[in-house]
Design a protein around this ligand. Structure first.
Ligand SMILES: [Zn+2]
Length: 228
């Protein structure tokens, strides 16, 4: 379990670098990890996932500028995800759920960092999940997805800026694999969590102005799959 925790935290740290650098068009390999404010090259003890950021109290050791808390959130969620995955039995359904949770987690990271649901992750992962579901066989809910597609088309036509396009595309893909009761529960749980975070942040010095929705959908999905 400890190994899974450490592996998850390291992978999350690596994914954060990959996501950030690929969105900025920078090489993943060079330059070495550094503070984006003062360019201070991180020393080995500043590269330990979770622990370094806590020891440094969310500040760069050179320029003392704050390090965003989303790094800790990403590393903690990665660690917990892999602890969860390591507990799954070796079955076909576990493989399917593992892929779903892993791709959902990566999409949560891209949404967390750039408010973007990365189609290069969403669609290939959904296609592989669809193939696994067909091979399984696992139940698929085509009619529900078709109905949702029409509803989302109306939403996009009449309220173009109200809901993120990526969130809708993700829900559409996920709706293939969840019965309508669980899909409704997923959206309700995610929305409740989102409202709770906004309420809590309103008491802080820097209230959240824009909230990525995928991390909440992913948390709700993890809850539902864990209880299924
Ligand atoms: Zn710095």
């Amino acid at each position: 379990m400890l190994l899974a925790f450490l592996f998850g935290a390291c992978l999350a740290s690596f994914c954060c670098v990959v996501i950030e650098r690929s969105y900025q068009g920078i090489s993943i390999v060079k330059p070495a990890s550094h503070c984006t404010r003062c360019q201070h090259k991180l020393r080995s003890y500043e590269l330990i996932p979770i622990f370094s950021i806590l020891l440094q109290k969310f500040r760069c050791t050179a320029c003392h500028q704050p390090i965003p808390k989303i790094y800790l959130l990403a590393e903690m969620s990665g660690a917990l995800l892999f602890v969860g995955l390591s507990q799954l039995p070796l079955t076909f359904y576990s493989l399917f759920c593992g892929l779903w949770l892993l791709s959902g987690w990566l999409l949560s990271l891209t949404d967390l960092f750039y408010y973007h649901v990365e189609p290069k992750i969403l669609y290939p992962a959904s296609v592989v999940m669809l193939l696994l579901a067909i091979i399984g066989p696992l139940p698929l809910y085509w009619q529900q997805t078709a109905l949702l597609f029409l509803i989302f088309l109306c939403i996009r036509l009449f309220f173009p800026q109200k809901i993120g396009d990526g969130d809708l595309q993700l829900l559409l893909c996920w709706s293939l694999f969840l019965p309508y009761q669980e899909l409704a529960l997923l959206v309700c749980l995610a929305s409740l969590l989102g409202v709770l975070v906004i309420l809590l942040s309103s008491f802080s010095r820097q209230p959240i102005k824009k909230l990525p929705f995928v991390p909440f959908l992913w948390a709700a999905l993890a809850f539902l799959l864990w209880h299924s």
